[in-house]
Design a protein around this ligand. Structure first.
Ligand SMILES: [Zn+2]
Length: 182
């Protein structure tokens, strides 16, 4: 049973769900994204995402017209698998299509691009054997990319990422389920 925190972009509130690994993610339509698929190899007891990310996955699945095999979506930065320049935004990014043929993978990438619902789709030159698309929000803290600036009172999935990283480094943040990082 995973605890799933979902930032609701419509209400600006964090919602809490408890779901089994084979159950659908919150706001997922037609059970095309299970908790287990979203989790991938992450060992985190708490997962997080946003309502918009789930809705964007629904739209992409609808437009693609076929199941989207997800390699992993959720992964905390320190859980590895990505380098120091990673663009994989924990909780709102997907790595998908690893098991598809090249033709189908390109079709998935083009579907993600033309859908217009993703903030960023990684070019094939950087992810030739999978498709990365993500739903960022907020303005990056540095000019080109990166996490947005967060401060006291911020409510977002990025607060959870920061809390998780700080916990890992031995700092106390009062848990992962607080909306406000102080
Ligand atoms: Zn990625």
């Amino acid at each position: 049973m995973a605890k799933i925190l979902v930032f609701n972009n419509d209400t600006d509130r964090m919602e809490t769900y408890y779901r089994g690994e084979s159950e659908a993610m919150p706001y997922n339509a037609n059970r095309t994204l299970t908790v287990g698929e979203f989790r991938g190899s992450s060992g985190s007891p708490t997962l997080w995402t946003t309502k918009r990310a789930m809705q964007s996955f629904n739209t992409t699945r609808y437009l693609f017209g076929a199941p989207i095999p997800v390699g992993f979506a959720f992964k905390r930065p320190w859980e590895g698998g990505h380098g120091s320049q990673s663009q994989h935004y924990a909780g709102v990014a997907f790595d998908a299509g690893q098991v598809l043929s090249n033709t189908q993978r390109n079709r998935l990438r083009n579907t993600a691009i033309s859908s217009g619902v993703w903030s960023y789709v990684e070019p094939a030159s950087l992810t030739p054997t999978w498709v990365h698309f993500d739903k960022r929000f907020g303005r990056p803290a540095c000019g080109t990319a990166g996490y947005p600036l967060i401060r006291q009172g911020s409510i977002s999935t990025y607060v959870l990422i920061a809390q998780d990283d700080l916990n890992t480094l031995g700092f106390t943040t009062g848990g992962l389920d607080r909306n406000i990082w102080i």
